[in-house]
Design a protein around this ligand. Structure first.
Ligand SMILES: Cc1cc2nc3c(=O)[nH]c(=O)nc-3n(C[C@H](O)[C@H](O)[C@H](O)COP(=O)(O)O)c2cc1C
Length: 476
């Protein structure tokens, strides 16, 4: 398994999944535009070697896991592993947490700058999209925080924008674990919240931080489970938080309980800039530590970025488990990258009104991030969107097959189709399209017979055709 960003880069280079840009590029939109286009073309990860205004010994790696090939490789699978295989592998590994190990020293402390030596502008934070409120320093990051009441340590991926040379502003959603911890513990007590913003850890530690994992869940243990071996953690220099020792860069500091800073707007993961500049949390840096020749990691946020694979994959499996717990006859769940973590395909043994209602209530009772669901029967390959679209187009009754649930106070404020008013009230809705045959229809004479190669022909006809396929002139 990869122990750091550098080993992963080597593997990406060897498999042809990396472009190394030697030409100098500007941090001001050029890097962002190149990286956006690469994402939208399902292109490779990009390693920018020369950033204008910055010394050549700091380089930038963008979109490390924005394609299934790169996710497969991060898991140690063959780059062409199927999406289904990647899902099954994650499912297998996420059940076995392996606790981290604390070590005395780590490469992330090769260079240490504290107090007045800290200048956040030393890091090549890019201006990623036109219209962003500022340069984003935290995008592909892993933010460590701790709840003093329970000693629970949370890892999450949260964006951070440059505010001045020693401050960042951030936007953890109120329903996020970092947001909740800050509001529930630190703000009422007026205490600053120590956090560490880790940039460029090993790929599966980033995966664990971005993953949908339950409140109180141990993401460092999850990272170990995904890796099949523990993550080495080392103590920060200005707090007692623990960070991955292999990290390229760590920004240590605290979120101030009584201050806010203007943050955003930003070209967000659904692929739109939806908000205005608003009040974000204000972070004060106390130290920057890094490896020699640090590699600064970036997610060029938007359509088909790293969240569309990583967050969607872990989200789909979290949904599946919740549905199982609530008695839904669920078989499998998939969230396609094009759905921007807003769309889930749910395969069930049987559908119908009651199952639809159960799914909608279960998935929207707390934070309602998903707003569209296709419910299909188990014979549909949910990882093949062509098949899903076919089931939707042919089986979903336009009047009786559409189910909607409305809610307030827990909608996804980044969902582009919501109005500003809905966003403020966190008011939203989730629609489920039932693409299953009604249970009350007779399977003998009432239910349409599927007329595809796999379903309409006898075994002997299919075998004959497959055996002679090349002889007919195909696949030569
Ligand atoms: C690139 C990227 C950026 C993200 N930025 C944010 C963010 O700024 N705020 C937020 O609340 N969630 C953000 N997320 C989603 C969280 O990382 C994700 O929900 C994760 O599960 C951590 O969530 P937790 O708060 O449930 O622990 C981002 C995810 C990715 C992949």
């Amino acid at each position: 398994m990869f122990d750091d960003t550098r080993e992963f880069i080597e593997a990406l280079r060897a498999s042809g999944d990396l472009v190394e840009v030697e030409k100098e590029v500007s941090w001001d939109l050029e890097l962002g535009a190149i990286s956006r286009l690469a994402c939208e073309k399902d292109g490779p990860a990009i390693w920018f070697k020369r950033i204008a205004d910055y010394p050549d010994d700091i380089t930038v790696l963008v979109n490390p896991m924005a394609t299934w090939r790169r996710v497969a490789m991060a898991f140690g699978l063959a780059p062409d592993a199927s999406i289904k295989d990647i899902y099954r592998e994650y499912e297998k590994r996420e059940g076995k947490l392996i606790p981290p190990v604390t070590v005395e020293r780590g490469p992330c402390h090769e260079v240490v700058r504290r107090g007045s030596e800290v200048d956040l502008f030393d890091l090549p934070a890019p201006m990623l999209h036109e219209g962003d409120g500022g340069r984003y320093l935290g995008t592909w990051d892993l933010v460590v925080s701790r709840d003093p009441a329970s000693q629970w340590v949370n890892w999450g991926t949260y964006r951070f924008m440059l505010y001045d040379s020693s401050h960042l502003t951030g936007f953890p959603r109120p329903t996020s674990h970092l947001g909740k911890m800050f509001q529930d513990y630190y703000v009422p007590r007026g205490e600053p919240m120590p956090i560490a913003i880790v940039i460029g850890a090993d790929p599966l530690s980033h995966f664990a931080a971005s993953a949908t994992f339950h409140l109180g869940g141990d993401e460092a243990g999850l990272a170990g489970g995904l890796r099949g071996e523990p993550v080495d953690l080392v103590r920060c220099r200005t707090s007692d938080l623990l960070v991955p020792a292999c990290a390229e860069i760590v920004i240590e500091g605290e979120v101030l309980p009584d201050r806010v800073g203007l943050e955003g707007p930003y070209g967000e993961y659904p692929g739109y800039r939806t908000g205005e500049m608003g009040n974000g949390i204000l972070f004060r840096a106390t130290a920057i530590t890094h490896r020699k020749h640090p590699i600064f990691t970036v997610d060029a946020t938007g359509y088909k970025d790293d969240s569309s694979t990583v967050t969607a994959l872990s989200g789909a499996l979290a949904i599946q488990k919740r549905l199982e717990r609530h008695g839904v006859p669920v078989v499998d769940v998939y969230m396609p990258p094009e759905g921007a973590v807003h769309l889930a395909i749910v395969a069930v043994q049987y559908g119908g009104k009651e199952v639809a209602r159960n799914i909608l209530e279960t998935l929207t009772s707390r934070r309602a991030l998903i707003s569209k669901i296709f419910m299909v029967e188990a014979d549909i390959d949910i990882f093949d969107m062509g098949k899903v679209l076919h089931a939707f187009s042919t089986k979903c009754h336009p009047a009786h097959g559409v189910h909607v649930i409305h809610y307030e106070g827990r909608a996804n404020t980044l969902t582009p189709c919501y109005s500003q008013g809905e966003r403020v009230a966190q008011k939203g809705a989730t629609v489920l399209f039932d693409c299953t045959w009604p249970g009350e229809w007779s399977r003998e004479w009432e239910t349409p017979v599927k007329a595809t190669f796999d379903s309409i022909y006898s075994e002997s006809v299919r075998r004959k055709v497959l055996e002679r396929w090349r002889d007919y002139g195909f696949d030569k």
